[in-house]
Design a binder for this molecule. Structure first.
Ligand SMILES: Cc1cc2nc3c(=O)[nH]c(=O)nc-3n(C[C@H](O)[C@H](O)[C@H](O)COP(=O)(O)OP(=O)(O)OC[C@H]3O[C@@H](n4cnc5c(N)ncnc54)[C@H](O)[C@@H]3O)c2cc1C
Length: 383
């Protein structure tokens, strides 16, 4: 395994870092306070040609590798959580399901505007009674002449306010457990689609309930059906690497702030950075950052042009999510009472760093995946 960046990868990292530090960071407070979707930041990234990284070139993307995608999204997150979350929606599981399993018509229709940052694609998976236990979802797709009728509801859905299309996990007919699960594409203007009021989150974005009332889709809106659950979960392995990269970017951003602060703040007649107790804290933070980065690089690098391995992605996500909480909290500690002020960026990083461990499969669920690879599959109560 070689984690030396190629010249092209270093150029991409420098390009995104420059844009993120000069332009995106200045907008971060605005998105945090207003809870608006960060359109301006998305346009900045689009005009620099760094959107659609994991979308094939024939559909207007960059056709880049997962390794390049995690390099880029880490730099975006290091500057602005909200923009990184918007980019996650652009590159994440919903887009990957279309790239890897969609028909040519799906790809022609949806991928080019997603790659330009003009079409936002939401992923509707979580339900009131099916969170970590995705296989328990109840939203039903009943076969009718020429298509399906959907009924059910989803919760905690990101970007539902601005999304133009919704990749929606459904249960086809009465097939129980994960075997019945697949996904359909629902355009925003489809009759029977209702977006409920948004709930504000700790990180600043809003999450929405989404309802389907006798909503009709045509047969060609089906994205995955046969082996649907396996395909959807394998696309999630890409999302998990991106989620790890956002956690890492938040942690790195908090660390940058703290490192600079302890070198300028004086107490007891010397810089905070000169106390050994503080130096060891910084060293622990640096170890966490590097370990998280290496696990993520391995999962992304080994994916090549395909999707990352499930266990490698699980290790990368669980470690980065928890390291981000540790590092950002330690960073706030180094600011003393000043770190608690809303006007200090470190406070925003602490809130943003909390997201990773709550979304996209918690670290507990990642540990279940890792443990299954060690000791075999556990029997779940409904099996
Ligand atoms: C910022 C954010 C954005 C989100 N965006 C979306 C989105 O766009 N689309 C979408 O569909 N969903 C989204 N979600 C929802 C998210 O995917 C779920 O919240 C997550 O899967 C956990 O489900 P839950 O909240 O129902 O928790 P639960 O599944 O009820 O879990 C509660 C707790 O129990 C633990 N737990 C559960 N099962 C086990 C087990 N078997 N062993 C050990 N511990 C276990 C969990 O780790 C957790 O700590 C988002 C969530 C957040 C925070």
């Amino acid at each position: 395994m070689d984690f030396q960046l190629s010249e092209q990868q270093r150029d991409l990292q420098q390009l995104v870092r420059g844009i993120a530090q000069k332009e995106l960071k200045a907008l971060a407070t605005r998105w945090d306070r207003t809870h608006e979707f960060p359109w301006e930041s998305i346009r900045i990234l689009a005009s620099a040609g760094v959107l659609g990284l994991t979308i094939p070139e024939q559909y207007g993307g960059a056709g880049a590798s997962w390794f390049e995608a995690v390099l880029a999204i880490e730099e975006v997150a290091r500057a602005c959580y909200q923009t990184a979350m918007a980019v996650l929606g652009e590159l994440g599981v919903q887009t990957q399901v279309i790239v890897h399993y969609g028909t040519d018509a799906h790809k022609d229709r949806y991928l080019p505007p997603i790659a330009r940052g003009e079409l936002i694609c939401a992923i509707c998976m979580t339900e009131p009674d099916a969170g970590s236990d995705v296989g328990a979802l109840k939203t039903r797709a009943e076969a009718v002449e020429g298509g399906y009728v959907l009924n059910g509801s989803k919760i905690l859905i990101s970007r539902a306010d601005v999304a133009g299309v919704f990749v929606t996990f459904v249960r086809f007919g009465n097939v129980p457990g994960s075997r019945g699960i697949g996904a359909v594409l629902i355009d925003r203007d489809t009759p029977g689609l209702e977006i409920g009021p948004g709930d504000e989150t700790l990180g600043g974005e809003q999450l929405f309930p989404v309802y389907f009332h006798d909503l009709r889709v045509r047969e060609d809106a089906v994205l995955v059906k046969e082996h649907g659950f396996r395909k959807l979960m394998s696309a999630f392995n890409g999302q998990r690497c991106l989620n790890a990269a956002i956690s890492l970017g938040q942690a790195q951003g908090a660390f940058d702030e703290a490192l600079s602060y302890v070198q300028s703040r004086q107490q007891f007649g010397q810089r905070l950075a000169d106390f050994q107790g503080i130096q060891w804290l910084l060293a622990d933070m640096a170890i966490d950052l590097d370990a998280a980065r290496l696990l993520m690089y391995r999962a992304a690098a080994n994916a090549g042009a395909g999707l990352p391995d499930q266990v490698e992605a699980a290790k990368a996500k669980a470690f980065a999510n928890e390291a981000a909480i540790r590092v950002s909290n330690q960073a706030m500690q180094l600011f003393g009472g000043h770190g608690y002020l809303k006007s200090m960026p470190v406070e925003r990083y602490v809130r943003g760093a909390r997201f990773g461990a709550l979304a996209g499969g918690t670290p507990q669920i990642q540990r279940n995946i890792i443990a299954e690879s060690l000791v075999g599959r556990r029997r779940m109560p409904r099996d």
